[in-house]
Design a protein around this ligand. Structure first.
Ligand SMILES: [Zn+2]
Length: 184
């Protein structure tokens, strides 16, 4: 099966910043995407390709463009990489956004279980979003879609759970295992 990794945000507008390393969502998740790609050698049934959002034409056009590319590639599932942020540093935990379709929910629930096991953060659940933040990413491609928020970059707990290479590798692997759980 083909798994499209979509890196959240873009090089020009990079999303939230984690204060511990100064990395943006775009930079941190570009690294995570490379780790998912590297780990995929242990998952011969999953063909991984990374897609980047590019600025231009407005937000909706940016989302339509990248999911048009995942459709053209023939993706069987898509996962868009983010991390959460809040002005209150005590906000913490792992969540996944779903369109609410049965195949998206199945994928999101598998991702949530595996990410919770990998990071050990609070379970904020799978959230169905039909409007607002992130919702276009869940319905713009043909494939079952997920948008992950594994941790809060603004949280000391979220930072501590994700600042070591082995922790990022565990998260990368969790995403691949969840893909296997849901689709293979
Ligand atoms: Zn984001």
């Amino acid at each position: 099966m083909k798994l499209a990794i979509v890196v959240g945000h873009n090089a020009r507008a990079q999303g939230a910043v984690r204060p511990d390393t100064g990395e943006t969502e775009f930079v941190w998740n570009s690294r995570l995407a490379k780790m998912i790609d590297a780990a995929s050698k242990d998952f011969p049934a999953i063909d991984v390709k990374t897609f980047f959002r590019t600025p231009g034409g407005g937000y909706m056009e940016e989302i339509r463009r990248v999911y048009g590319e995942t459709d053209d590639w023939g993706a069987d599932a898509t996962v868009e990489l983010h991390f959460n942020s809040h002005h209150n540093p005590s906000a913490t935990g792992t969540e996944v956004l779903s369109s609410g379709s049965s195949s998206s929910l199945r994928y999101c629930e598998a991702l949530q279980i595996r990410m919770l096991a990998a990071l050990g953060l609070r379970d904020r659940g799978t959230k169905v979003v039909r409007t607002g933040r992130g919702s276009a990413s869940l319905v713009s491609g043909r494939a079952p879609a997920a948008l992950i928020e594994p941790f809060f970059g603004s949280s000391p707990k979220g930072q501590a759970a994700t600042d070591e290479p082995h922790e990022m590798r565990a998260l990368a692997r969790a995403i691949l295992v969840a893909t296997q759980d849901a689709f293979l």
